[in-house]
Design a protein around this ligand. Sequence first.
Ligand code: 13P
Ligand code: SF4
Length: 311
Amino acid sequence: MGKSELVAEINRLRKEKNAVILAHYYQEEDIQDIADFVGDSLALAKKAAETNADIIVFSGVHFMAETAKIINPNKKVVLPDMRAGCSLADGCPPDAFRKFKEKYPDHTVVTYINCSAEIKTMSDWVCTSSNAKKIINAIPKDQPIIFAPDQNLGKYLMQETGRDMVLWKGSCVVHEAFSIEKLLDLISKYPNAKIAAHPESQTHILKVANYVGSTAGILNYIKTTTETDTFIIATEAGILHKMAQDNPNKVLIPAPVDEDNSCACSECAFMKLNTLEKLYRCLRDESPEIVLDKELIEKALIPIERMLAIS
Ligand code: 13P
Ligand code: SF4
């Protein structure tokens, strides 16, 4: 099927089945263009919480679709490619995390939403990059904290909040790929450029950034900053689609990565497993579907609801 037929079929099926298509900013352009809503992790979780659709087609990665299912246990949640994982979620296996947590019995556990449902059942709070600072600040100052699984976001939060936290040593392969040497070269080539970075990036990248925030935060920063028209963006390159639409007259340069690759940018191979064709098939077949145990859902929902209530 060609692109226009796929688009027509997706439009027909979503109406017929009362389905909503939610997509993350890192999805390929065709998916972002057809989605009912495109957002960052927090906005997508909120959207999932308020939808009246019978089927949620979650075009993002597995932990995001899983979160949508936890929030909507009675709805069908499908993901175009079940292999769309995440290095942060994969790098925090439940058994190892349980043992880690046992070493700090009096600590409050704050986990970044980029983790499995089972890790969420072991958490007091879930957070995203949009609300992490607010959540850490809401926990009494004398209460020790474990932050997992992203050590880069964790280090950034420690610096921002002045809190000492025990960190799980996970990271995002996409945001760790940026080269500080190449970024510094680029800054000297474009001395007027402002640098925006996602907090999953390493400390040396965040140090040179003028703005640090979630994908939605970065989009807002680029849109509202008027002192320059040139920006270097240190996050996954899928974000440039919306950014270019919002800012047709600004120069948007993706931050360079260590390894030479075709786009000279950082792309999330997990996110890019989803395609328009797979989205069509999963809407048509209502599969692959996210299926979770009832008890797991009930336990994982607690820290997610706590997060949504404060956000
Ligand atoms: P946000 O959408 O919350 O900024 O997170 C980025 C990310 O890496 C999602 O996997
Ligand atoms: Fe996970 Fe990083 Fe990909 Fe986001 S960009 S899904 S954190 S691997």
